[in-house]
Design a protein around this ligand. Structure first.
Ligand SMILES: Nc1ncnc2c1ncn2[C@@H]1O[C@H](COP(=O)(O)OP(=O)(O)OP(=O)(O)O)[C@@H](O)[C@H]1O
Length: 248
């Protein structure tokens, strides 16, 4: 029997009015893999995330999550999105613990009264990202790296199988980046599928099993050691091959 893919994207085109953001995209993401998503500003990375999240309906084509239509997969909390820190309203008066508890909403009844199991999973999730000591801190009072870890904890509390991370290493120090990479590798061992958009090319080649190069269409997709070439980097970045990219 063929292996069930975590995410299947078939011939997807996304238009914003008359602007084409994605064109003819075909991708299959395997369970238990870390996939780097590499492209210039405006190349369609966020649009791809939003399409996988079901926030944008493709103009053409189809997306399935673990064999399910997106709406059903979302209802079951299969996919979690860890946003770029800039996209969040940090003045919102909630604690770190409250943010992580949001990951449990899909499991609670409409009154959203946390059960002991929800509290335990929130604690475990905070512990895994080393944020338990800061659980009562207001979210706006965290450093960039701590904010990222809080959202990662929310995704863990949601018990999502598929994690979409938008620029997780922006504004993060080397130690936090290493901690996050270690955690992502641990999640991969447990069968999670992790799609990471990043400008940090040196880290892509060290921890991503596969890499996608994107510019409206998929320019290359495959095992990182095969596709992480000067040619693909140059095609992706319009003739410019960024330095320090650990090219094979
Ligand atoms: N809501 C929108 N309406 C119209 N055009 C949009 C909209 N959102 C994105 N676009 C356009 O679609 C294209 C892809 O944008 P997208 O945000 O997916 O790129 P990106 O790769 O995530 O960029 P970045 O690295 O800067 O975050 C861009 O040309 C962008 O201007």
């Amino acid at each position: 029997m063929p292996q069930m893919m975590s995410v299947d994207i078939e011939n997807v085109t996304v238009n914003y009015h008359d602007k084409v953001a994605l064109h003819g995209v075909n991708l299959s993401l395997q369970p238990g893999s870390i996939v780097g998503l590499v492209g210039m500003n405006g190349s369609g990375k966020s649009t791809l995330f939003k399409t996988i999240m079901g926030l944008i309906a493709p103009t053409i084509g189809r997306v399935t999550i673990e064999g399910l239509p997106i709406r059903l997969a979302q209802k079951r909390g299969r996919v979690a999105y860890i946003p770029q820190t800039e996209q969040v309203d940090w003045q919102f008066p909630v604690s770190v613990q409250d943010v992580v508890l949001m990951g449990r909403y899909g499991y609670m009844n409409w009154l959203r009264i946390p059960r002991p199991v929800d509290r335990r999973i929130v604690q475990d999730s905070l512990l895994r990202v080393d944020m338990l000591a800061l659980k009562d801190r207001q979210i706006g009072e965290l450093s960039g790296g701590q904010k990222k870890r809080a959202f990662l904890a929310r995704a863990l509390a949601q018990q999502a199988n598929i994690l979409l991370l938008d620029e997780p290493f922006n504004g993060v120090d080397v130690k936090t980046e290493q901690t996050m990479i270690k955690l992502l590798m641990e999640l991969r061992r447990f069968g999670h599928t992790i799609l990471v958009s990043t400008h940090d090319l040196s880290s892509v080649s060290t921890f991503c099993d596969q890499t996608i190069f994107i510019n409206q269409t998929i320019l290359a997709y495959g095992a990182t050691q095969e596709v992480f070439t000067p040619e693909n980097l140059s095609r992706t970045f319009g003739g410019y091959c960024p330095p320090n990219s650990n090219i094979h």
